[in-house]
Design a binder for this molecule. Structure first.
Ligand code: PAF
Length: 280
């Protein structure tokens, strides 16, 4: 695996590649990231990963400084997964001057749910992804469905700017008990880790209620919020939305249940797609 710390090194190494397949990450890699790498491998002629903890997508009170940085084990995992090129720029390389030119995604998608609770988050994400795309110039890029809204935002940005890259979604990788893998799971204490599975259970309960024919979506959402709150969580949202734009669903549209909730000091997100139903 070739490690490029500068844009010049990266472009030099990829100059012969006709179809780089790219997986952007912030490091602290787990099996979910590795599954995305493996998914990317047959899609291109060179597999590229990036590790960059992007300051622009963290709010001032968030965990930018403490975000886990695990360089040696990340490199080992990427090598084992068959990664050809790792792009690991410093902040000076990616943001040599203050990044005042930013991508402002459509507020209809960027200011709801995650964007509502983390204002500016998607500006930071879209800006760094746009910049990483300029550096890597991938023909295909794989993003995890665990960050459902992020994946939708990237697809929308790529469409709107006619970027020559195909965006592929990777299924959420779960622990045996159902907890979606996330770098932030490492913040959980032993007790919190045991409790954390309740988030995916709450989503499953929402899906089951819809499948059972319950049509008062607001009541299903309120129940899910309450069930977590009663267990000591601080839920931001547990909602049922249509998959196409994450707005309130109309009859017959495929749904997705989305959740974000804080357990102790750790904020977890998860989601579950629910098949199209004949009528709401
Ligand atoms: O999903 C992530 O890890 C980050 O948001 C991303 C896409 C690497 C941008 O920093």
């Amino acid at each position: 695996m070739y490690i490029a710390h500068t844009i010049e090194e990266l472009r030099g190494r990829l100059s012969a590649s006709k179809r780089p397949a790219f997986v952007p990450t912030m490091g602290n890699l787990h099996d979910g990231h590795i599954a995305l790498m493996k998914q990317a491998k047959p899609l291109g002629d060179a597999t590229v990963a990036s590790i960059f903890v992007n300051r622009l997508q963290f709010l001032p009170h968030e965990d930018f400084d403490t975000y886990p940085r695990t360089w040696d084990s990340d490199c080992e995992k990427l090598r084992a997964a068959g990664c050809d090129v790792l792009f690991a720029p410093t902040e000076k390389v990616l943001y040599p001057e203050p990044q005042t030119c930013k991508v402002h995604p459509d507020p209809a998608l960027a200011d709801i749910l995650e964007g509502h609770f983390r204002p500016g988050f998607f500006i930071g994400v879209c800006t760094v992804v746009m910049k990483l795309f300029q550096c890597v110039q991938p023909r295909v890029a794989v993003f995890g469905k665990k960050d459902y809204q992020q994946l939708m935002m990237i697809r929308h940005m790529v469409r709107q700017f006619a970027l020559p890259v195909e965006i592929v979604g990777g299924e959420t990788f779960r622990a045996d008990d159902g907890l979606a893998l996330s770098s932030r799971n490492g913040y959980l204490s032993k007790d919190e880790r045991a409790e954390a599975v309740q988030l995916s259970k709450a989503l499953k309960a929402m899906a089951e209620a819809v499948r059972a024919g319950e049509r008062d979506l607001a009541a299903i959402e309120a129940r899910a919020m309450q069930s977590l709150a009663q267990r000591g969580w601080q839920p931001d949202y547990l909602v049922l939305r249509r998959r196409s734009d994450l707005q309130a669903p109309e009859a017959g549209e495929p749904l997705v249940a989305l959740a974000a909730a804080r357990l102790g000091n750790t904020r977890l997100i998860d989601n579950l797609e629910i098949e199209a139903l004949p009528a709401l």
